[in-house]
Design a protein around this ligand. Structure first.
Ligand code: XMP
Length: 453
């Protein structure tokens, strides 16, 4: 009944997640027996198979800390705002003062012109519990954190508000978190392949990132191959993720150069126009299956990047061989995404833009699209808005539970067993016709309320 994956994906069609459907298998374990633990790259293990996309309307400090408490977060890397997320549970030093607090102030102004004197100035090394304790004891709304600037003068490096403390307290217990061996949250950073990116990487390595992602829409290039060699040479302890790729040929080149992980997807993202503008890309289900099949032979984990809009898409990506999914639009409407909510047609929305949109490229993301040397920038993405989704701390655990149920229906208690069932031909698929897709969605109702949690 149905088709084995080898047959379905070798007919010359490019399938998206919605095009295909798994046939249910046999259940002999409860949902909670399903383990979603996985690997982001060869040496980076994660508790859940989700990462946030390195996009400037998706991942900044707030998203990075929230996702790190759930899994891992790959942050868009500007050196000035480099990753300061380590040891969040132990040391509170999340936000960068220049960006968050003094942004609107005269650079020459003295702190005393803006703030009243306080007897409480805990240094940055104070623990989260101590800072929370200070705030509670003093009934203060915020407390500045200072460090000695080496000349005996306290330099303010951060400001912790009672709201921050409440937010951090809402993080899930460490059981869900993906931690580095020394107990701090895992953190990744995305860089390009220019000379200046090598300098950025040096700072990021000093800030002790766990993994670097080479951010390019077409990763099979001489630039990326040289950058992989550079990283492998200079930082042998650091895992490097290459991409993006969508074919076995592209993947093979990067695997041979020594990548520790591959990011898969071209033009499947919700804000992408690459397939229309450049006539290249691939349906994401086919791309993930093809690349993962090749990468598995070299034990290189695959990230299914883009095109995820529901938990079913995550089940499909993981079963087709991805070890993790990377999400932009799925996370962009959350409280933790950068930016403020606005109202559009009575709906609360947040801005979400492609890194290949003209707006983002003007802000420096053009190297991802190799547009930095061109005088005329060609847009490969759009600027849009997504609906308010609440906190990732609520909807990601909910989504993970739904993914576990999907795995249970497939008779797979882990990512590896799902992919094994697929590769061995035990698990079967079919292509859904247009009508079958309509039938598989909500239909025939005059109105409905889609409330999940
Ligand atoms: P989703 O579907 O999760 O996709 O919103 C996020 C992924 O899309 C890629 N990306 C782009 N692709 N033009 C593109 O062709 C763009 O402007 C663009 N911006 C992001 C990227 O891989 C991201 O993770």
């Amino acid at each position: 009944d149905g088709f084995p994956a080898t047959r379905l994906f070798n007919q010359g069609y490019s399938y998206t997640y919605d095009d295909v459907i798994f046939l249910p298998h046999y259940i002999d374990f409860p949902t909670d027996a399903v383990s979603l633990s996985t690997k982001l790259s060869r040496r980076v293990a994660l508790a859940i198979p989700c990462v946030s996309s390195p996009m400037d309307t998706v991942t900044e400090s707030s998203m990075a800390t929230a996702m790190a408490s759930l899994g891992v977060s790959i942050r868009f890397s500007f050196v000035r705002r480099r990753v300061l997320l380590r040891s969040l549970h132990f040391r509170y030093r999340v936000r960068e003062p220049e960006v968050e607090i003094f942004r609107f102030c005269d650079k020459e102004a003295r702190v005393s012109e803006y703030m009243t004197k306080s007897s409480i100035t805990p240094p940055t090394s104070y623990s989260f519990e101590d800072v929370a304790g200070y705030l509670a004891k003093d009934y203060s709304e915020f407390v500045p954190l200072a460090r000695d600037n080496g000349e005996g003068v306290g330099e303010i490096v951060n400001l912790v508000t009672s709201e921050d403390v409440e937010r951090i307290k809402g993080f899930p217990k460490l059981g869900l978190s993906s931690l580095a061996p020394e107990g701090s949250f895992l953190v990744g950073a995305a860089v390009g392949t220019r000379e200046s990116d090598k300098e950025r990487l040096e700072h990021l390595v000093k800030a002790r990132i766990n993994v670097v992602v080479l951010d390019s829409s077409q990763g099979n290039s001489i630039y990326q191959i040289e950058m992989i060699k550079h990283v492998k040479n200079k930082y042998p302890e650091l895992d490097v993720i290459g991409g993006n790729v969508v074919t076995a040929y592209q993947a093979q080149n990067l695997i041979q150069t020594g990548v520790d992980g591959l990011r898969v997807g071209m033009g499947s993202g919700s804000i992408c126009t690459t397939q229309e503008v450049c006539a290249v890309g691939r349906g994401q289900a086919t791309a993930v299956y093809k690349v993962a099949s090749i990468a598995a032979a070299s034990s290189v984990p695959v990230i299914a990047d883009g095109g995820i809009s529901n938990s079913g898409h995550i089940v499909k990506a993981l079963t087709l061989g991805a070890s993790t999914v990377m999400m932009g639009s799925f996370l962009a409407g959350s409280n933790e995404a950068p930016g403020i909510y606005e109202y559009q047609g009575g709906r609360r929305v947040k801005k979400y833009r492609g890194m290949g949109s003209l707006e983002a490229m003007t802000k420096g993301s053009d190297s991802r699209y190799l547009g930095d040397t061109a005088k005329l920038k060609i847009a490969q993405g759009v600027v849009g808005a997504v609906a308010d989704k609440g906190s990732v701390l609520k909807f990601i655990p909910y989504t993970m539970q739904a993914v576990k149920q999907g795995f249970q229906d497939l008779g797979a208690s882990s990512l590896q067993s799902a992919n094994d069932l697929l590769q061995s031909g035990v698990l079967r698929l079919e292509v859904r016709t247009g009508a079958a897709q309509v039938e598989g969605g909500i239909h025939g109702l005059v109105s409905y309320e889609k409330k999940s949690f």
